[in-house]
Ligand binder design. Sequence first.
Ligand code: ADP
Ligand code: HMS
Length: 549
Amino acid sequence: MGRYVIGVDFGTLSGRAVVVDVADGAELGSAVHAYRHGVITERLPDGGPSLPPDWALQDPADHREVLRTAVPEALRVAGVDPAEVIGIGVDATSCTVLPTRADGTPLAELTLFRDRPHAWPKLWKHHSAQRQADRITALAAARGEPWLPRYGGRVSAEWQLAKAVELVEQDPEVFHRAERWIETADWLVWQLCGTETRNLSAAGFKGLHQDGHHPAPHFLAALHPDLPALLAKVDGPLLPPGARAGALTAEAARRTGLPAGIAVAVGAIDAHVTAAAAGAVAPGRMLAVLGTSTCLIMNGEHRREVPGSCGVVEHGVTAGRWGYEAGQSGVGDIFAWFLDRALPAGYAEQARRRGVPVPDLLDALAADQPVGGHGLLALDWHSGNRSVLMDHELSGVLVGLTLATRPEEIWRALLEATAFGARTVVEAFEAAGVPVEELTAAGGLTGNRLLLRTYADVLRRPLHVLDTAHPAARGAAVHAAVAAGAYPDIEAASAAMAAPRRETWHPDPARAAAYDELYADYRELHDHFGRGGTEILHRLRARRRTATP
Ligand SMILES: Nc1ncnc2c1ncn2[C@@H]1O[C@H](COP(=O)(O)OP(=O)(O)O)[C@@H](O)[C@H]1O
Ligand SMILES: O=C(CO)[C@@H](O)[C@@H](O)COP(=O)(O)O
């Protein structure tokens, strides 16, 4: 009799479930379910006024629907007997956080709060709390909070505390009525096993939980007098990656088609579980999850403070190690923006005639040009800068345009900008004494060969590419196998269940040398716009805010 586990990944636009063989990690069946409401940026599903700029919400009903549809569908495709499934693991984007009642009911689902934007789950890329994040950073720096350097010296607008300050300031009633304030992954685990738990990884990386403590009540009170009440909303058993949160309830079993009583792993962050799917859990092995955003994840033997990183957290990636995270808030999102909003319509028509996807057409048109031949340079900040500046009021920049510039050249400049952004992060790790010995890529962007070639050239190192269409869901399945007791820890489970490598890209020496020069210019532009050479990007953002009705 086989033994299987299910991993369910809750991404930005869709959720996916995969059925995995516990013995060797083979993916036997999968199903993807696009969220009915996608990312909510304009208006709440029932209508109402426009949401302010930089807002990004999700609908908890969309998440439940994934459990109800994608899990049974993946089981059906795999053709396995559900009775042979021994565990389920769940990961989600983060910090994606929602206010609920004590029984887990999302406030967004109560008639009283349904039309209140602050009652809805705020997605990781809800970036409107930058000024709150700046205040938190300034206060922590002024007080010499020992945790601040562990976050590279800055608190992100994406994280729990910035979002909580925004909530208490802008809708105090929702803040006070929220009995729980919880990451989506932890909320989903609660839905599955009926027991509320919290994962140490998100508590650390997104909740500033360090050395067993949340930020102190007096620190919170200095931000807002009511904020210490947050501590009672986020408490609860904190479990390390791969721990068993509980057993699948009869109700969740009915909804998913799985047997009641199987192990439910504690919730996890999407990029972090992917390290287990990639076999990249030993210190020095960096994983680049290249998708809507980029997350760079790595384990380390020791704790080091890396300026501009998103944090170093004990048990952050696997139990007993120091996990590191850094990244870029917009990568695939920038390419999607270009395709949707900036590319002349004729290109889609040309792609259709050639029978290729539009990105492939643009890659083919741009690939043979020598490095720098387009005369362009871009900053990859259309969704703000996560590392190393951690500032979501920065925005995209493109210089070098002429009347001869072609769309495919801008496309290539954008691909290159994201590679330069990744190199900036890798160099920050190495400069802080955290060597990056190996680099593996996973995620939706690994389907773009020009992008992979560019990353290998710009980063000047071999880039291993993972062979799986569902890296995060597979990682969640690895966590499920540990929670079910099939392996003693994530290291052992990952050794047996990680996805194979599809290929390795090696840098081309001539292109890499040419990119070194362009990268030096990127750094100059980066520091000029991002480190005080000019405040123009902040002024533009402020003007947009005040000009918005
Ligand atoms: N060939 C491609 N070239 C450029 N961008 C792509 C390509 N394929 C997918 N993308 C972008 O990748 C992102 C999706 O990545 P994926 O890893 O599937 O999702 P997520 O990161 O949300 O889990 C989208 O932003 C999409 O526009
Ligand atoms: O920030 C994190 C992880 O820490 C991600 O959840 C967030 O960047 C979203 O990831 P995706 O780009 O949707 O894969």
